[in-house]
Design a protein. Structure first.
Length: 69
């Protein structure tokens, strides 16, 4: 058990990087296919990653000037 914990603490960044690569590749594959069924399969994993991410992305606010007359 100590060996597993030591392995995980040593290679934690590498493990997370591999997981991110796999999900990124799956996201590209999902966007290429025309059906929405595979989108629904990948959505929970994307939600978990966005929940874990440090950078919270919010949609930009577009400010438009009032029309001139």
């Amino acid at each position: 058990m100590n060996d597993v914990i030591a392995y995980l603490t040593t290679y934690w960044a590498d493990i997370l990087q591999i997981v991110a690569y796999v999900i990124s590749g799956a996201s590209v594959l999902v966007k290429i296919t025309p059906t929405p069924k595979d989108d629904a399969v990948l959505q929970p994993f994307i939600r978990i990653l966005s929940w874990l991410s440090l950078a919270k992305v919010t949609p930009p606010v577009v400010v438009t000037a009032p029309p001139r007359f």
